[in-house]
Design a protein around this ligand. Sequence first.
Ligand code: FEO
Length: 394
Amino acid sequence: MKIEINEKISWVGKIDFELRKFHGDQIATESGSSYNSYLIKDEKNILVDLVYKPFAKEFISNLQKEIELSKIDFIIVNHSEPDHSGALPDLMDLIPNTPIICTASGAKAIQGQYHKNWDFKIVKNGEKLNIGSQDILFIEAPMMHWPDTMMCYLTKDGVLFSSDVFGQHFANPAMFDDLSDKCNLIAESEKYYANIISPFSKKTAKKLNELKSMNLNIRTICPAHGIIWRNNPNQIVDLYEKWVSSYQENQITILYDSMYGNTKQIAENIAIGIQSVDANVVVKVLNVSKTDGSNIITDVFKSKGILVGSSAINNGILNSVAGLLQEICNLAPENKKAGTFGSFGWSAKPIENINEVLAKAGYNVFPEVFKVQWSPDEAVLKNAQEFGINFFKF
Ligand code: FEO
């Protein structure tokens, strides 16, 4: 399947409508996804990115319908992660001498994964390659996801091939923003940003500024996953500009797991307290063992405050909460407050430790930890509501 972007550029990737998990089981992809590969035909023919290995044969067979493989002059690998480079060994078996354009870090990562001495052409930020009617400008964007991340830009057509940046896990055979459900598209873009890019928000902010100062006339953005932004590419750039800078909505997210329902009761009453102060604040109460982790990360990203609760077990906390805690501490939180609660039998220390972990990760922690020995009675639940009010006002 090929989708024409203009008379010279076609999408030649693979849409996986059935994909429901990505990065192993780390990210839920309820809307499926796509692996976007692009073919540029000019005096020089260029393939930009490939697809995940399970689709290599189908990809190559489709590509052969569009071009004789030996006529591909260069393969640009913007990013070496296997979801985009997985088809490289199969393709290189057929055209082993084709130069691969990537960053220095990309070449190392490709060699580390596939153990082949292909003809790597290393490019640096600002270098250009003339392909006939126009140039391709290479824009290194290290840690705008991975160290090797690069984008490239077609100088005359104004097309930015942005790698994972500006992407989403969103399968739509129409492939363009103006032909997609806007609500879904933005929600998936935000989830993608929260889970994939937000740990590197500072670097992303810097690169966005750099892109702006280059005064590129970007008319189409072709990311490596999901929908192509052709109607108004600035809409996703504008959203990224919002998301990179300590983004928060009027939302508090309460995350917990509970052995016998005691911590759950506390969570629910904290929620009642918060809601009593502000009817408009969105309060989400999520049992972390019953909620997908990548959706939790999205809610944490959107929240101005989070509360984390667990039952104490032995000398620690429940493993569902411990795993989640590690993830939310990796998010490089900025300007987010956090609080802690839980129930215990004989030692509250494991619950108090949660607050310490959150503080170390950079959350602005509410100093009082709401901890309950054994099960809460009516008076304690009232106190939990009061705790919610005080947390909200903190
Ligand atoms: Fe979609 Fe970082 O690979």
